[in-house]
Design a protein around this ligand. Structure first.
Ligand SMILES: *[C@@H]1O[C@H](CO)[C@@H](O)[C@H](O)[C@H]1NC(C)=O
Ligand SMILES: *[C@@H]1O[C@H](CO)[C@@H](O)[C@H](O)[C@H]1NC(C)=O
Ligand SMILES: *[C@@H]1O[C@H](CO)[C@@H](O)[C@H](O)[C@H]1NC(C)=O
Ligand SMILES: *[C@@H]1O[C@H](CO)[C@@H](O)[C@H](O)[C@H]1NC(C)=O
Ligand SMILES: *[C@@H]1O[C@H](CO)[C@@H](O)[C@H](O)[C@H]1NC(C)=O
Ligand SMILES: *[C@@H]1O[C@H](CO)[C@@H](O)[C@H](O)[C@H]1NC(C)=O
Ligand SMILES: *[C@@H]1O[C@H](CO)[C@@H](O)[C@H](O)[C@H]1NC(C)=O
Length: 283
């Protein structure tokens, strides 16, 4: 991951920004333990709602449903608000290795953050380090989509690119194949570590939203794996339906990553076909 700081700025402005930065950091730190680390978002401005409309009110309710349900020690929840043309559908997904309170604070933060980035958009998806939040005016539960998306790569190159790419793909493919036979509603998350050299490990993670079938999850992950940045020390592919990531350091909580108990989600309607990937690259 790279962070861009504003480069050319006058000394006073920089100082003010720096003070603000630390102040905000301090305030947010005292406010809550874990804060959603923003990665990327997408909300096309082609479909917007009128401020204070029924849609806005339904969206507000949806975000409350999502954040309040995140306190129930679930890492995935989908909700619907409204029952007419202004219905809003939404879900959240926390990384499968997170403790419940981290998931809860990520969703609490994400629900506030996304409406600032997308104040009048009807359709939005936000990816954070710890969780993902998505809503739409169209029913999308159980459908596999890979668009919109983001591909993030570490700026650092890795030595022995060919072997590293091969290892990352083999490891993540292994992860995906363990997910393919899981039922709709089951948690679809895995992490796997592999030796790159005697001294260097590669750590990988794959996760789908549980409303997908194992078959669609595998399709999503195959596409994600193919789009992982090559020759880098780390990278991730963020799709609305699944995410894949690798790094040369352990970035997930190690521990129990074996097949988890199924989650209670009713079977979805017949999934639509996957959209094609229109890669939005960013490093
Ligand atoms: C939508 O976004 C595009 C690109 O960001 C911008 O050029 C356009 O003016 C925006 N349209 C509206 C209606 O805000
Ligand atoms: C929306 O409602 C809020 C409070 O109810 C009000 O302050 C604001 O001016 C309204 N905005 C519009 C665009 O009507
Ligand atoms: C969870 O969301 C539903 C709507 O989907 C809502 O009725 C319910 O009160 C929420 N549960 C909690 C614990 O907040
Ligand atoms: C959650 O998604 C399932 C399909 O995966 C759907 O049947 C169910 O109605 C949704 N629940 C809510 C509260 O929207
Ligand atoms: C990484 O490799 C690419 C070409 O393979 C090169 O253009 C780039 O400068 C390298 N970056 C670093 C940080 O070494
Ligand atoms: C998934 O199921 C198929 C057919 O039931 C089976 O052939 C395959 O070995 C299974 N894959 C895994 C990884 O369990
Ligand atoms: C990785 O290498 C270490 C030491 O070189 C070894 O102990 C370990 O078993 C290896 N792990 C795997 C998964 O091969």
């Amino acid at each position: 991951m790279t962070m861009e700081l504003p480069q050319p700025c006058r000394f006073n402005l920089c100082l003010t920004l720096l003070v603000l930065y630390f102040l905000i950091g301090f305030l947010s730190h005292t406010r809550t333990e874990a804060v959603a680390t923003y990665l990327y978002h997408n909300c096309p401005n082609t479909t917007t709602f009128i401020p204070n409309s029924t849609y806005q009110s339904n969206l507000n309710h949806l975000l409350i449903y999502l954040s309040s349900n995140a306190t129930r020690d679930v890492e995935f929840y989908n909700a619907t608000a409204g029952n007419s043309v202004d219905t809003v559908y939404g879900l959240f997904l926390c990384h499968g290795d997170l403790p419940a309170d981290t998931c809860q604070s990520c969703i609490a933060d994400a629900t506030k953050d996304i409406v600032q980035r997308c104040p009048t958009e009807r359709v939005a998806v936000g990816w954070y380090d710890e969780c993902m939040l998505r809503y739409s005016d169209q029913y999308f539960f159980g459908s596999m989509v890979t668009d919109p998306n983001a591909i993030l790569g570490n700026t650092q190159n890795i030595s022995d690119q060919a072997r590293s790419d091969q290892l990352v793909r083999a490891t993540t493919n292994d992860l995906a194949s363990g997910i393919i036979n899981l039922s709709t509603g089951a948690k679809k998350f895995g992490t796997k570590q592999a030796n790159f050299t005697a001294l260097q490990n590669v750590y990988t993670l794959a996760q789908c939203t549980p409303d997908l079938s194992g078959y669609d999850c595998n399709r999503c992950l195959q596409s994600a794996i193919q789009n992982l940045p090559s020759g880098k020390q780390g990278g991730r592919v963020l799709f609305p339906s699944c995410v894949a990531r690798f790094e040369i350091y352990p970035f997930y909580l190690t521990g129990n990553t074996s097949a988890p108990p199924p989650m209670l989600v009713p079977p979805p309607p017949t999934p639509k076909g996957a959209n094609t990937i229109t890669g939005k690259a960013q490093t």
